[in-house]
Design a protein around this ligand. Structure first.
Ligand code: ADP
Ligand code: MG
Length: 246
């Protein structure tokens, strides 16, 4: 079994009186896709933000590549190979897609400082994710699907060991979902692990090696997708009335 790449241990996070994470533990191993699902407000984005270092955990530890990163700033974690995408994509405006990816290359373990090198690798990442045509386009002119792929390309450009992907499939059509899922599979095939936060249970079941279900800030269930989705507690607490589609 591959060793643990990212270890989230008993993490707690509150916002005022709201206990968003009440002691969450999970692991992502080298090269693995872990799907993180759960109802709205269950703490998924908070967990991504704590793992990436944007929020500080109130309690608990985070280990990445065997190193305790609990107190490390986001850019230090990025340098170690931890990349993320945002639930609401925030490309740098007034720039082309290619430039946005090139900026991604400035972070991460193999920082490219030479602008030409960064531009060339940006082209390659965009091409790899099926976004080759979009390089010269201004980011404001990209479709939602293109912006999602751009987020992934930008993360990839930093040569990550893991990408924390927050709802990269939200709002996409069935065909667009398939395309972005293909891109995620290609990223995994490169040996990059992913923690994929997703609302689309069917899609994430098809993608993930393992699934973790969050519910009101705690882990309700985890395991291989088929088993987890059959669990009574998951069906009741989360899937509820749309369990039939799962
Ligand atoms: P999910 O991504 O699963 O929908 P979130 O992690 O965004 O859930 O939110 C978990 C809980 O924490 C919710 O009750 C949400 O309102 C609250 N929360 C998240 N971020 C903040 C914040 N920055 N300030 C205050 N409350 C927040
Ligand atoms: Mg969220």
């Amino acid at each position: 079994m591959a060793e643990a790449l990212l270890q989230i241990q008993h993490v707690q996070k509150s916002f005022g009186g709201v206990r968003a994470l009440k002691g969450v533990s999970l692991e992502v191993r080298e090269g693995e896709i872990v799907g993180l699902i759960g109802p709205n407000g269950s703490g998924k984005s908070t967990l991504i933000n704590v793992a990436a270092g944007y929020y500080r955990a109130d309690a608990g530890r985070l280990r990445f590549r065997g190193v305790d990163v609990t107190d490390l700033a986001p850019h230090r974690r990025a340098k170690m190979g931890l990349a993320r995408t945002y639930q609401h994509p925030r490309p740098f405006g007034s720039m082309t897609a290619g430039d946005n990816v090139a900026v991604g290359a400035l972070f991460g373990p193999e920082a490219q400082v030479a602008p030409e090198g960064a531009q060339e690798s940006a082209r390659q990442w965009l091409h790899l994710l099926g976004l080759g045509h979009a390089g010269p386009k201004d980011v404001h002119r990209l479709t939602l699907q293109e912006r999602r792929l751009l987020e992934l390309a930008r993360a990839l450009a930093s040569h990550p060991r893991i990408i924390l992907a927050d709802e990269v499939l939200a709002g996409l059509t069935v065909e667009e979902t398939e395309r972005v899922m293909d891109a995620v599979r290609r990223i995994q095939a490169m040996g990059v692990a992913l923690l994929v936060v997703e609302h689309n249970v069917k899609a994430v079941s098809a993608l993930a090696d393992r699934i973790v279900v969050l519910h009101e800030g705690t882990v309700l269930a985890e395991g291989i997708p088929e088993q987890v989705l059959r669990e009574e507690s998951v069906r009741t607490a989360y899937l509820g009335d749309h369990a039939g589609h799962a």
